[in-house]
Write a protein of this length. Structure first.
Length: 255
C-alpha cells in the first residue's frame, strides 16, 4: 500500500525509466560520492565534539559505532565508483543510508540527551530525501527507519514521557512529508527535463530524416530529368536517321 502510494507521488517513466537513469548515472554517482565524503567529514567533526562532553564509559561504544560506519562508508564509496548501472548505485545507496540510520539510532541510545539529536534527526531525514540519488522508495525506507528508531529510543531507552514523544513524532512526520514532497518535485522536474530533451532529440532526428528523404527525392527527380533529356535527344537522332533512310529508299528505282 505504501509502495503504491509512493509510486503515485513520484511516477516513473515506465519503459523509459532505465534509459533515464542511465542518462544521469554519472551525475548521480558524483552526487553520491560528494554526499558520502561530506557526511564523513561532518561525522569526524561531530566525533571530535563528542570527545569533549561524553564520559569515558560511553566513548568506547561510540567510537566502535563510528568506526564501523566509517568502514561501511569506505566500502560503499568503492562500490559507487565501480558501479556502472542504476541498480548497483541504488543498492549502494540503500545499504549506506540504512547503515547511517542504524548508526544514528545507536548513537542516540548511547549519548546523553542533547538538543543536537533533535536537530540531527531533522537534518538527516531531509538529507535522505534530497541528497540520495535513489528512487523514492529507497529514500523513504531509510528516512522512515531512522525516524521510527529515533522515537523508539526516546520512549523506551531514555524513558521520555509520552506527552513529549508525541509532539516530537508529529514534527518528525511533518519533516518526512516535507522531504517526500520536495524530493518528488525535484525528481519530477528532472524527469520532465529529460523528456523535453528526448522529445527535442526525436524532433531533430525526424527533421534530419525528412531532409534526407527530400534530398533523395530531388536526386531522383534530377536523374529523371537527365534520363528524359537523353531519351528526347536520342529520339531526335533516331527520327533523323529514319527520315534519311526513307529519303534514300524513295530515290531507288522501282523493280
Amino acid at each position: 500500500m505504501i509502495r503504491a502510494w509512493l509510486d503515485r507521488i513520484e511516477p516513473t517513466l515506465g519503459p523509459e525509466e532505465e534509459r533515464y537513469r542511465l542518462h544521469f548515472i554519472r551525475a548521480d554517482r558524483a552526487q553520491a560520492m560528494i554526499g558520502g565524503l561530506m557526511t564523513m567529514a561532518l561525522m569526524a567533526a561531530v566525533f571530535a565534539f563528542e570527545l569533549t562532553f561524553v564520559g569515558t564509559q560511553q566513548i568506547l561504544p561510540i567510537t566502535a559505532v563510528r568506526l564501523a560506519f566509517l568502514a561501511l562508508s569506505f566500502a560503499m564509496l568503492v562500490a559507487i565508483t565501480r558501479g556502472e548501472s542504476p541498480a548497483a548505485l541504488d543498492r549502494a545507496a540503500r545499504i549506506w543510508t540504512i547503515g547511517f540510520a542504524l548508526q544514528f539510532i545507536a548513537l542516540t541510545a548511547l549519548r546523553p540527551a542533547s538538543p543536537l539529536n533533535d536537530v540531527g534527526i531533522i537534518m538527516i531525514v531531509l538529507a535522505f530525501y534530497l541528497l540520495a540519488p535513489a528512487p523514492l522508495q529507497i529514500r523513504a525506507a531509510s528516512a522512515f527507519l531512522v525516524s521510527v528508531g529515533f522515537l523508539l529510543v526516546l520512549r523506551f531507552v531514555r524513558d521520555t514521557p509520552l506527552l513529549i514523544v508525541l509532539p516530537t513524532a508529529g514534527v518528525v512526520a511533518a519533516v518526512n512529508a516535507l522531504g517526500i514532497w520536495a524530493s518528488s518535485r525535484q525528481h519530477a522536474q528532472r524527469r520532465r527535463e529529460y523528456q523535453s530533451q528526448e522529445d527535442l532529440r526525436a524532433s531533430v532526428q525526424e527533421r534530419d530524416r525528412l531532409i534526407d528523404t527530400l534530398r533523395q527525392s530531388r536526386k531522383i527527380e534530377s536523374m529523371g530529368r537527365i534520363v528524359g533529356g537523353v531519351a528526347h535527344d536520342f529520339n531526335n537522332i533516331l527520327g533523323t536517321m529514319l527520315a534519311s533512310v526513307e529519303f534514300l529508299l524513295g530515290g531507288l528505282p522501282a523493280e
